[in-house]
Design a protein around this ligand. Structure first.
Ligand code: NAD
Length: 233
């Protein structure tokens, strides 16, 4: 079975109603990274940070997977598919994808401040200041903040190195080190970049075929072609 890696960013969830970060109207127009998404911000003002993520969590729980998430899941009918996502929502899982690697954590989980291995599920009630882990430290969002290490990076690089086909969907490829992962694709792999802002001549994307469309349109089209191709072979 051929292996497909879908590398997804905030854009794949945009049509589900979850704001991206950098587009106009995106989250960073309303919030400052330094105030809500760094370890220093959490030290300075944990209440604001917790409320920011509680709100993101509520939003995710109100959202549904869109045709792009579903098309990626359907590729499992004929391919081995691994999703490497920068997203913290669970829309790939809810669409039916079975192998999802979250580079930047998961919004429906929280973790201990002192032990990253102590992870708990959390619902729409969220977490408040004073709620602690089994070791007595404040619970924090299970997300990777700017300035923190990305523990899944090596595992994700290995998956991409073994891909026969890589599709990058809805990412500005601005957030490093995650964005650098696309360079791990083997030379022979087919490569696609689906994003309304995708451009054929983006230097850093050489070798990629640009599909400048919304994920909900571009991904189902590509997935249909790939499933037809596999059925013919
Ligand atoms: P980004 O906000 O930097 O870029 C979003 C990209 O999505 C842009 O290139 C934009 O052109 C594209 N886009 C917008 N609408 C689209 C659509 N309908 N279809 C396809 N593409 C569309 O996001 P990023 O590159 O993922 O990096 C930012 C960080 O934001 C990541 O680390 C991620 O963890 C975090 N984030 C996650 C979520 C989520 O979990 N859903 C939401 C916002 C941000």
């Amino acid at each position: 079975m051929k292996r497909i890696v879908a590398f997804t960013g905030a854009g794949v969830s945009a049509e589900s109603g979850i704001d991206t970060f950098r587009d106009s109207g995106g989250l960073w127009e309303r919030f400052d990274i330094a105030d809500v998404a760094t370890p220093e911000a959490f030290e300075r003002d944990p209440e604001t940070v917790l409320e920011f993520y509680n709100e993101r969590r509520r939003k995710v729980l109100e959202s549904e997977p869109n045709p792009a998430h579903r098309a990626i899941a359907e590729l499992e009918e004929a391919y081995e598919v691994v999703v490497v996502t920068q997203n913290i929502d669970d829309l790939h899982e809810r669409a039916g994808s079975n192998h999802v690697l979250h580079l930047h954590g998961e919004i429906l989980k929280v973790r201990s401040s002192v032990d990253p291995e102590l992870v708990y599920e959390v619902g729409k009630e969220g977490i408040k200041l004073g709620q602690t882990c089994d070791k007595g430290s404040q619970l924090r969002p299970y997300v990777v903040w700017f300035g923190e290490a990305v523990p899944m990076l090596e595992k994700a690089a290995k998956e991409i190195q073994q891909a026969d086909l890589l599709m990058v969907v809805g990412s500005s490829l601005n957030v490093y080190p995650a964005a650098g992962l696309v360079f791990y694709a083997p030379h022979h792999a087919e490569k696609y970049f689906i994003d309304p802002k995708a451009e054929e001549d983006q230097v850093e994307m050489s070798g990629f075929r640009a599909i400048p469309e919304k994920a909900g349109v571009g991904v189902p089209k590509l997935a249909e072609q790939l499933l037809e191709k596999e059925a013919r072979e």
